[in-house]
Design a protein around this ligand. Structure first.
Ligand code: NI
Length: 135
């Protein structure tokens, strides 16, 4: 379907810069479709009961007492929702871990918050997504 969109000139100029950054394979229409899909997936991830995938990235100092044991215990406790994890040793003290989750949106968020709440976790972020269905 075709439709026309009105927007302020300044916004359109910035949008065209974004289109240019996404490379030669993308034009205005494709970037608008990408943005709409992104918004719909983001919205879907907030709906309780929806099946979502999540990647939780955390950074922590592995010298913090008992921290690694706690993170490990939590991951065993929720093994039905935690699919995989990858550990990267960043430097002499710090580690980065990417934990992949799959399950009901509320459960995925709760488990991520439990991991983020462990004392010694310096920072982290959960990114959720879905397959996008037939978008
Ligand atoms: Ni490490």
């Amino acid at each position: 379907m075709r439709f026309s969109v009105a927007m302020p000139e300044n916004l359109l100029m910035q949008f065209d810069q974004l289109v240019a950054k996404r490379g030669l394979a993308k034009n205005r229409s494709e970037v608008i479709r990408d943005l709409v899909r992104e918004a719909l997936v983001e919205e879907e991830c907030t709906v309780l009961g929806r099946e979502v995938m999540g990647t939780l990235t955390i950074v922590y100092n592995h010298h913090t007492t008992d921290l690694q044991n706690k993170l490990h215990d939590i991951q065993h406790r929720y093994l039905g929702s935690i699919i995989s994890s990858m550990h990267v040793h960043l430097d002499a003290d710090n580690c980065l871990e990417v934990i992949v989750l799959r399950g009901e949106s509320g459960d995925v968020r709760d488990i991520a918050n439990i991991l983020l709440g462990v004392r010694g976790v310096k920072n982290g972020k959960l990114v959720t997504t879905t397959t996008g269905g037939n978008l």
